[in-house]
Design a protein. Sequence first.
Length: 332
Amino acid sequence: MDISICIPVYNVELYLERCLDSLFSQEFEGTFEVICVDDTSTDNSLSILNEYQLKEPRLKVLRLNEKKKISVARSSAICAASGNYIIQVDSDDWLQQGALKSLYQKSVETNADVIVYDYVVEDDLEKQITHKNFDKEGFVTDDKSNVQEIFSGAAVCKMVKRSLVSDLSFYNFDISWGDDFLFNTEILLKAKTIYLFPVAFYVYCTNRNSITFSIKKNENEMLEDRIISVEATIVILNKYIASDKLKLSLLNYHKYKLLLLLLRLESRSYERNEQLKRLTDSMRKLPLMNESDYKRLCFAVKYPLYTLLYMALRFDFKLSLSVFYEKYLKHE
């Protein structure tokens, strides 16, 4: 088997068939399978999968016995894969025609452990906006921190040798927010050769019912997942050799995510503050975290306006201005 395409599925009846059609209509002379893991959907997603399987033997359908988080569905699909390469696709997205053919040809040419490709974003009105993660094609031969930002995003847009996905610490963590980051970080540390392929084969759909757009409804769960994500990062960094430059890049990622989370929180309660304390205490254990940075983060947790200032000066000035307007000026 040349390629296994792994898809976690949960309540995507409006998008699932479009995703599957994009895969099984690929003009690809090699062999591939599509593995869908249904996380106990409450809509017609499982029925759609079962009906599709009747006409398409290359589709494998698995169903979890109880509701889990997306990392479990993702891990289950990967562990069931038999292809030489693994591609992940979210069930409300799809692949452009010619993707499998071009990606597999590039894998034969380069023998790279990971091939990273680009994507376009499509909104609810089916308007596509080209997104450029990178421009130059070729191997990443120097410090991996140069591509850490590309890897810290979604688990999609990467074709990974199956030999890299064995014995991942990622499989031990049950989370929804940050699962992509953990998978990508571990693959980045394991990979010896990474090839950047600046072609937009992937179409990312901004489905507002997806987990990405449900932050406000699940703030407690998101905070718990952030704590797990930090603790898992420490486990992964202890398992592999990473340069100080990469460790610093990962530390900055977690700082940014904490500040972003603080800016988005709707309210503060005793329980919420306890979660935030656990999160900052976990971050204190990250490699290269110094006492001054830790105290700044604690200050940011305590004082919302300082959070805005810290984000503006250290990471994202425009985002801070936008949040300041939304929270303090818009409704006056």
